[in-house]
Write a protein that binds this ligand. Structure first.
Ligand code: CP3
Length: 346
């Protein structure tokens, strides 16, 4: 057998190969739509405690893989462990989402030392090692972090929701925002490199808040910091493929795909496959983009929508996925049916 064929299907596609059927994983595949996750979650006091427990986090990763023949596992953690490790207070409000003590309004936005942050994140790398030891070699292990701007929006505003305040800060205090992004680039690069050293095969950058930026701000807040992040990772000796997911970027995925140095492009639900294909560099793998709501609805509607995705990406190096994370209202039965449909596609 050629060496190439021993590689997990996901890594082959990241290298630019087209596979039929395409490999599949589900964004946020470990989580609350699984009853066994909800049960496991009760064993930790807080969500961050859960993320920092290698035994609980490893179990959460393995849960969807026991149910579904997925082509990838993704580390169980959160994009907000980075601000937490940098010393900003982070907590999760049940039913509402993350809260942080916002930087906006503070005198100084100075953060902790990246090297110390990485030390504090040691349990995350232990989790990666444990997952790797448990994983079938045909299943790729994905490490991840938030994109610098996405993490910065939470740090600046202290919450999710609209990003108006963070955008105003980018106009009012451009130097301070640039310094914040630079600090996040360095810490995120070290965080991702440590995941690869611990056993991650590839990486995903979740730039979940790419929407609503002017082309000039998109360059400054997303393209430039992401290019610095990818360059820094390569400097640190990381050769693993990097999937960039600029959710909501619209037409600006062109600049993102062409100018950041990422290996593969995560395509959100609103973006036509043909547009992503046309603007991405030749041979770049594309990942996406089924509407997560179809996994709540199920049945024929879900199957029709899934076939539309398969057809739209036909002939391209494609990783089947959702266009954003699965929601708690989705059912495991619908996920099972989806995976079966994709796996029988030829
Ligand atoms: O299988 C997996 O992918 C799980 C690992 C994972 C989590 N968060 C666990 C989590 C990943 C990859 C993330 C990424 C993440 N976190 C993003 C980017 C992806 C996206 O959906 O856009 C963002 C923006 C966050 C920040 C965050 N964390 C939010 C907005 C929330 C609240 C909303 C929600 O989904 O509950 C979280 C909490 C969170 N992160 C949960 C999980 C399983 C739910 C909390 C719980 O289980 O108690």
């Amino acid at each position: 057998m050629a060496d190439r064929e021993k590689l997990p299907a996901l890594l082959r596609v990241l290298n630019g190969e087209r596979l039929d059927p395409p490999p599949i994983w589900i964004m946020r595949q470990a989580g609350r739509y699984l009853p066994e996750y909800r049960e496991l979650r009760k064993r930790a006091k807080s969500f961050l405690d859960f993320c920092y427990s290698p035994s609980l986090a490893t179990e959460a990763v393995m849960q969807p893989l026991r149910r579904f023949p997925l082509d990838a596992a993704i580390l169980f953690s959160d994009i907000l462990v980075v601000p937490d490790a940098l010393g900003q207070k982070v907590w999760f409000v049940e039913g509402e989402g993350p809260r942080l003590e916002p930087l906006i309004g503070r005198d100084s936005w100075t953060l902790g030392d990246p090297a110390k942050a990485i030390q504090r994140l040691a349990p995350v790398y232990e989790t990666v090692e444990r997952i790797k030891a448990n994983l079938d070699p045909s299943v790729a292990l994905i490490g991840f972090a938030g994109g610098p701007w996405t993490v910065a929006t939470y740090m600046l505003q202290g919450r999710g929701g609209d990003k108006d305040e963070a955008r105003r800060a980018a106009y009012q205090s451009p130097r301070a925002v640039e310094d914040l992004l630079d600090a996040l680039v360095e810490t995120t690069a070290q965080h991702l490199a440590a995941q690869v050293r611990a056993g991650a095969d590839c990486l995903q950058i979740f730039e979940s808040w790419s929407e609503g930026l002017s082309p000039a701000l998109f360059q400054k807040l997303i393209v430039l910091p992401t290019r610095k992040l990818v360059t820094r990772l390569r400097e640190l000796g990381v050769t693993a493929p990097i999937i960039g997911f600029p959710r909501g970027a619209g037409a600006q995925i062109a600049a993102y795909a062409q100018e950041t140095g990422i290996t593969a492009l995560g395509v959100d639900t609103q973006t036509p496959a043909s547009y992503a294909f046309d603007v991405a560099p030749e041979g770049m793998a594309l990942q996406g983009n089924l509407d997560p709501q179809t996994l709540v609805v199920g049945g024929e509607a879900m199957e029709d929508a899934a076939r539309e995705v398969l057809i739209a990406f036909r002939g391209m190096p494609h990783i089947f996925n959702l266009g954003h994370g699965i929601t708690p209202e989705a059912t495991p039965e619908n996920v099972e049916q989806l995976v079966r449909l994709v796996k029988s596609w030829a």
